[in-house]
Write a protein that binds this ligand. Structure first.
Ligand SMILES: *Cc1c(COP(=O)(O)O)cnc(C)c1O
Length: 503
């Protein structure tokens, strides 16, 4: 196909524009403010600016268009299908957003007297109640700010328990090879050595290998369930029992909770600690869309070590325990975050939970698993499914279907961008070669999935037909095409210096 070029560099109504610093001309102004009169008293202690700070002089419409254009370059769940496996990119209900913007909640200050924030404490307490009820776990630490942060909170509680019981020789953490990178990173940050556990041909934890590695120096195991291959760890009870017999704890990475919410009580699986990504399962914006939250549920044994602060029911209403001395018999290991956690995310998650209800949440996981299996069943004759049988909330393929085509998983994904689809997760998990991990979530309509399936099938046929050059050239229709991603990540150019880009 011939390259399409234009005189302007624009592509249809998709406009190219210089950096905002390269626009405008000296003296152009968007607002008309009166010149300040002479200043007789220097109230800045001689620190007043002497030169200009180099902002461009622009009209208001230039500024508005610049930022509007930037916002349109941001592809998100509100723009289209986002099948990024492991990320649970589901719709964020507008109702939850509206609740999070209620003036009574959004205008709060963390230093306000308790008596004036009873409603806010109730939001935290009620959300905690639901998280404990859904998982069957007796306690929850609300303040971790993300999944990875929740892992860290859980492992800190585990370490505090072992230290408290004179068991400080436990220095090893077992982590399956398929784990999300945050798991080994968390264990290492807590000062543990990471011992990888291999996977079986069925894409699950090799239980025999795990048992062989258990010993008196193992602090805990970290197992994701459903795992990152989109499969339920069906030997989980056996794993939990062996772990406990060895005196170790079972940390469960709960990022994939969306596949089982309302159906499985986490406590029944023998879990001691698990983070819940509110921004995944309970549908609050994430990625470029905002912060997350990773409340961590804890078993009876670990509950006493939960970090500060936490909400308790006092004689005069809800109270916030912020200091170890007020914690009764508990032994909080410390604090993981300033203030009380990601309060805006709590409101959204609670609004989502209350609007869904217990029955709605149960349907969520059913529909998420149904949608993923619809993709799997509709694509497994043209792509190569990594494992036999049905999947949970995401389906995993590898690059065997591209064998001898000269096309890589990356090329295939770039081609999807030209077709108007955000690519799936690529090259993760690492246990299969050239992974393509797709998670449609329950919020996609069948027509959207059918459109995606049709495109993947057409691209797979094109790959089989040997049209590798087209794949290598993709994406062709985006404002920027193949970037040197390593350079962009390692040596990003984030600053514009006057004159540096000229000549
Ligand atoms: C998303 C995810 C995490 C990390 O969660 P963050 O909120 O991004 O820190 C950990 N494990 C798995 C399996 C995940 O999918």
């Amino acid at each position: 196909m011939a390259e399409i070029t234009t005189f302007s560099g624009n592509r249809g109504l998709q406009l190219e524009e210089p950096l905002i610093f390269e626009q405008g001309c000296p003296g152009r102004i968007g607002v008309d403010i009166a010149e300040p009169g002479p200043i007789d008293e220097d109230r800045l202690g001689g620190l007043a600016r002497k030169g200009t700070i180099g902002l461009p002089d622009l009209s208001e419409p230039q500024v508005v268009r610049h930022y509007t254009r930037l916002s349109q370059k941001n592809y998100g769940i509100d723009s289209g299908f986002y099948p990024l496996g492991s990320c649970t990119m589901k719709h964020n209900p507008r109702l939850s957003e509206k609740m999070a913007r209620l003036p009574g909640l959004v205008d709060l200050h963390p230093f306000q007297p308790r008596s004036t924030v009873q409603g806010a404490l109730e939001v935290i307490d009620l959300l905690a109640h639901w998280l404990k009820g859904l998982t069957g776990m007796p306690a929850v630490a609300m303040s971790p700010a993300a999944g990875a942060h929740g892992e860290w909170c859980g492992l800190m509680a585990i370490r505090a328990y072992h230290d408290d019981h004179g068991d400080s020789q436990r220095t090893r953490v077992l982590v399956p090879e398929s784990a999300h990178g945050t798991n080994p990173a968390t264990a290492a940050m807590c000062g543990y050595s990471v011992d990888p556990v291999p996977a079986t041909e069925r894409g699950r934890v090799d239980v025999a290998a795990l048992k062989a590695k258990l010993g008196p120096d193992v602090a805990c195991i970290m197992v994701t369930n459903p795992n990152t291959c989109g499969l339920f760890e069906d030997e989980i009870l056996d794993i939990a029992q062996a772990t406990h017999e060895a005196g170790a704890f079972f940390y469960c990475d709960g990022a994939n909770y969306n596949a089982i919410v309302g159906r499985v009580k986490i406590a029944d699986l023998g879990v001691d600690a698990m983070h819940i990504n509110l921004h995944k399962t309970f549908s609050t914006p994430h990625g470029g869309g905002g912060p997350g939250a990773g409340p961590t549920v804890l078993s009876e044994k670990l509950a006493a070590y939960a970090p500060l602060p936490f909400v308790v029911h006092g004689a005069g209403g809800l109270e916030l325990v912020e200091h170890a001395e007020q914690a009764g018999g508990a032994k909080p290991f410390g604090r993981v975050k300033g203030y009380h956690g990601q309060f805006g995310v709590f409101i959204r998650a609670l609004a989502y939970i209350l609007s869904m209800g217990a029955d709605g949440l149960r349907q969520t996981s059913g529909d998420a698993v149904l949608n993923a299996n619809y993709l799997l069943a509709s694509l497994k004759d043209v792509l190569s499914a990594s494992f036999d049988g049905p999947c949970m909330h995401e389906c995993l393929f590898d690059d065997r279907f591209l064998k001898d085509s000269g096309i890589t998983t990356l090329d295939f994904a770039k081609m999807l961008i030209d077709e108007g689809f955000h690519p799936m997760t690529m090259y993760f998990p690492l246990v299969v070669h050239g992974a393509l991990l797709m998670e449609p979530t329950e919020t996609e309509a069948k027509e959207t999935l059918d459109g995606f399936i049709a495109v993947i099938r057409a691209l797979a046929a094109k790959a089989k037909a040997g049209e590798a050059d087209d794949f290598k050239a993709a994406p062709r229709l985006t404002p920027r095409r193949r970037l040197d991603e390593t350079q962009a990540a390692r040596v990003p150019v984030l600053r514009w210096k006057h004159g540096a880009n000229e000549g």
